[in-house]
Design a protein around this ligand. Structure first.
Ligand code: FES
Length: 584
């Protein structure tokens, strides 16, 4: 068996496979049951391919094929690839929300990497939460890791016009509710909107998080946005397989890449992309694993000095396929490079600045120049006020200009069921100036902080031509959403945040330019109402749900579990060294 002398650092896998004793034989022999010859144990770095493939998750349905391409690269570079699965979080089918399970997946990723004989990992992600979950897990275990996102689906196409997943379906459903679109057309749309594997076609959460993974330096340059069905997706997967073997030799770990500077680059990129509000929660959670303080105030500061230049739905006009052909995330990074920390180290082994030398923009309609942006300020901004003492979030790039400053009377829904039961009631006391308020939709209240924040416009107002209203909640929204929607109100109503005591008819003031969200009720009345408030019954009393409720942090803290913050690095000691096998 070869020595490990050609590796500057000891391979973790040698603790399992490099010994001549009974346990060494057992570890090798049991794996040889899969048909591997003795040569795979000759000192090759063992590369785990952490796959979130699942038939329950259409966005990630092609990742077995991507994994095969990664394996080719790993073998070619002298590594030994072993693919493993974790839970997969499919945004469409998983209920009540994938956000309830992001931390569970992050735990699984972290513990699988730690417990198995892996020297490096390639992370295969796609649908919204799979990307942050893998980054969080990889950050905490801190074994060399490289991400390969699955890429977006082909653009939706119906009657010769493009259809955006999520965004256009929402718009068309409003047309159906308003009686302007018929049953037959609605059925046709079903087969035209989601045309291949891959994640949603707009700058929603999945596209945003894949982009931020590249901005953080955790992918090879250009990996974020190649369409799932494009052969170049497999080419970059193969290249990533080759690269991760070198990362092991260089001992290039997530903590060397996802530094404070890299996280600030990611926040900057989020703004320039007009990306999803969900990315704020995820970036704060990732930073928490790395011991980096990423306060909401930093997002707002960066938003004020970063224009939106990606002309992609829901903030702009194009879809991810066109965005990728225009140069994609790499071209956006290049355009905003004067605002970035270009010396940040990336998974390529080179700095971000070096990577960007090869980036170019091929369509100025899709990726705007820095001096002619789509919006002069970042898409996502942070609000504060007596209704959101720890902050709230609004995507100003998808907001109606006439509602950026607005005062209106609250129409309150106690929870999602209440909303569904009454929103289309012809007797609902609501007009276009009302502020729709949804309570009990946060991490504890919903549970899991689902994407319920896109409250529907009441049908009677839709029919009257109202297209947008101010809407508030402690929920999240899909990255595909649009409209004047305030979300992530923190603390949430279910733990006694001020949102809990808003009543029908209360006046609320939203002032996006001033970053204010105020309940125009006297401080004394707020105090009295809060003193009388009683928390709702918990959703779970056992199992994972109870663990979630006992340990979930609020939105401004990233919704991680309190006990998962920080890392548990090995400092050279694998689980086998710490907990040796029993003696013979
Ligand atoms: Fe998976 Fe939209 S449903 S990214």
């Amino acid at each position: 068996m070869a020595s490990d002398s050609h590796h500057p650092t000891k391979l973790r896998s040698r603790d399992w496979f490099g010994k001549r004793d009974r346990w060494g034989l057992a570890h090798r022999a049991w794996l040889r049951a899969e048909g591997f010859s003795e040569h795979v144990f000759d000192g090759k770095p063992v590369i785990g391919i952490c796959n979130s493939w699942s038939e329950l998750n259409n966005c990630n349905a092609h990742l077995r094929q991507v994994a095969e391409a990664v394996k080719r690269g790993v073998w070619e570079a002298g590594g030994f690839p072993l693919e493993f699965n974790t839970i997969s979080l499919g945004e469409m089918l998983m209920k009540p929300t994938t956000m309830l399970y992001r931390n569970l997946m992050a735990m699984e990723v972290e513990e699988c990497i730690r417990a198995y004989p892996l020297d490096g990992v390639v992370l295969l992600c796609g649908c919204d939460k799979t990307t942050p979950a893998q980054l969080m897990g990889a950050a905490s275990v801190d074994v060399p890791a490289l991400m390969v996102p699955g890429g977006p689906m082909l653009s939706g196409m119906w009657h010769g016009r493009e259809l955006a997943a999520g965004t256009d379906v929402r718009k068309m459903w409003e047309e159906v509710r308003a009686g302007r679109l018929g049953e037959e057309e609605w059925c046709e749309i079903e087969s035209c909107v989601s045309r291949s594997a891959g994640h949603c076609t707009v700058m929603g959460t999945a596209s945003t998080m894949a982009g931020l993974a590249e901005g953080l330096g955790m992918t090879l340059p250009g990996a974020a946005d190649i369409p799932a069905a494009d052969s170049r997706r497999l080419m970059i997967a193969e290249e990533s397989g080759r690269r991760v073997v070198d990362m092991v030799k260089e001992d290039l770990r997530p903590s060397c890449i996802m530094t404070a500077a890299a996280l600030e680059n990611a926040v900057r990129l989020l703004m320039a992309l007009g990306g999803s509000t969900n990315a704020i929660v995820h970036l704060v959670a990732i930073a928490g694993r790395l011991g980096v303080n990423l306060p909401l105030s930093l997002f707002d500061e960066v938003a004020r000095t970063t224009p939106v230049i990606a002309n992609v739905k829901p903030s702009g006009k194009f879809l991810m396929e066109e965005f990728s052909y225009a140069g994609g995330v790499a071209a956006v990074l290049k355009e905003i490079s004067p605002l970035l920390h270009l010396d940040a180290l990336t998974a390529s082994g080179e700095s971000l600045g070096e990577n960007l030398k090869r980036a170019a923009c091929f369509n100025r309609e899709v990726i705007k120049p820095l001096n002619e942006p789509l919006f002069p300020q970042g898409g996502v901004v942070i609000l504060k006020g007596n209704l959101a003492p720890q902050g709230a979030v609004i995507k100003q790039s998808a907001t109606s200009p006439h509602l950026m400053k607005h005062r209106g009377r609250a129409v309150v829904f106690q929870n999602n069921q209440d909303l569904l039961a009454r929103i289309d009631d012809p007797d609902l006391q609501v007009d276009e100036n009302s502020v729709l308020v949804l309570k009990n939709a946060g991490p504890h209240g919903a549970p899991g902080m689902p994407e319920w924040g896109h409250l529907p416009i009441p049908a009677k107002l839709l029919k009257a031509g109202v297209k947008d209203m101010v809407r508030l909640s402690d929920a999240r929204i899909s990255g595909t959403s649009f409209g004047t929607i305030v979300v992530h109100i923190s603390p949430e109503s279910a733990v006694g945040g001020p949102l809990a005591i808003v009543q029908d008819g209360d006046e609320i003031e939203l002032d996006v330019p001033a970053r204010r969200l105020e309940l125009l009720v006297s401080t004394a009345a707020i105090k009295t109402r809060l003193a009388q408030w009683k928390p709702p019954a918990p959703h779970y009393t056992r199992g994972y749900g109870k663990l979630f409720l006992d340990h979930i942090l609020q939105a401004h803290e990233g919704c991680d579990f309190d006990f998962l913050r920080g890392a548990d690095r090995e400092d050279g000691q694998t689980p086998l060294e710490r907990y040796p096998n029993p003696a013979l």
